[in-house]
Design a protein around this ligand. Structure first.
Ligand SMILES: CC(C)(COP(=O)(O)OP(=O)(O)OC[C@H]1O[C@@H](n2cnc3c(N)ncnc32)[C@H](O)[C@@H]1OP(=O)(O)O)[C@@H](O)C(=O)NCCC(=O)NCCS
Length: 162
């Protein structure tokens, strides 16, 4: 359990298949801008196989945490962080971070990024992930893993081999 900058408490735990409905609702509640920043070409809704995949990581090559507020169970999932190997490039990891629009800037993204840095799949040489040019918050969070280097307009790399 961690305390955010506004004093509210948030519990961080591993995601589970039983989170499917709550995750679908959390996705519905996200702004379009956040969906695009996270998913690139976001689906209209999160259902079926893609949803099942997101709530059933193997815990080894695909690790994911959710954040939920402790005082208000109705608030449901307010943050998700995941990290996983690329199936076609097993030395590289991708990361996905999402924090509910109304509690951004309170430190939850950093907490999730720090948890992923500790529990990331190992071994792996690099983190390679899409971060838009103007997404400064996401770029700052990658410093939990090392020094982010921009490879292309969208792609950022962090060397994990050191
Ligand atoms: C990126 C995201 C996860 C950050 O979550 P958050 O809870 O707001 O992050 P934090 O409050 O921990 O802030 C992280 C850092 O970004 C900075 N930051 C936060 N909002 C910012 C903004 N709008 N502009 C610039 N910097 C910002 C914070 O100061 C902090 O930096 P510091 O720790 O070095 O001081 C959240 O904005 C989000 O869900 N965005 C949409 C999805 C997305 O872009 N995901 C990343 C790509 S996978």
């Amino acid at each position: 359990v961690v305390t955010l900058a506004d004093g509210r408490s948030v519990r961080i735990r591993r995601i589970a298949p039983s989170d499917a409905d709550a995750l679908a609702r959390a996705y519905d509640d996200l702004s379009w801008e956040a969906k695009v920043a996270r998913f690139g070409s976001p689906p209209a809704e999160l259902r079926g196989d893609p949803l099942s995949y997101l709530v059933s990581p193997d815990g080894v090559d695909h690790v994911a945490f959710v954040a939920e507020t402790t005082g208000d169970p109705a608030a449901g999932i307010v943050g998700v962080g995941r990290i996983l190997r690329y199936p076609d490039d097993p030395d590289s990891l991708d990361i996905g971070l999402t924090v509910a629009d109304d509690i951004r800037g309170l430190g939850l993204g950093r907490v999730l990024a720090a948890a992923l840095a500790v529990h990331r799949p190992r071994p792996a040489r690099r983190l390679l992930t899409a971060v838009g040019r103007t997404n400064d918050a996401a770029l700052r969070l990658l410093t939990e893993f090392g020094l982010p280097q921009r490879r292309t307009d969208d792609l950022v790399e962090v060397d994990l081999s050191g």
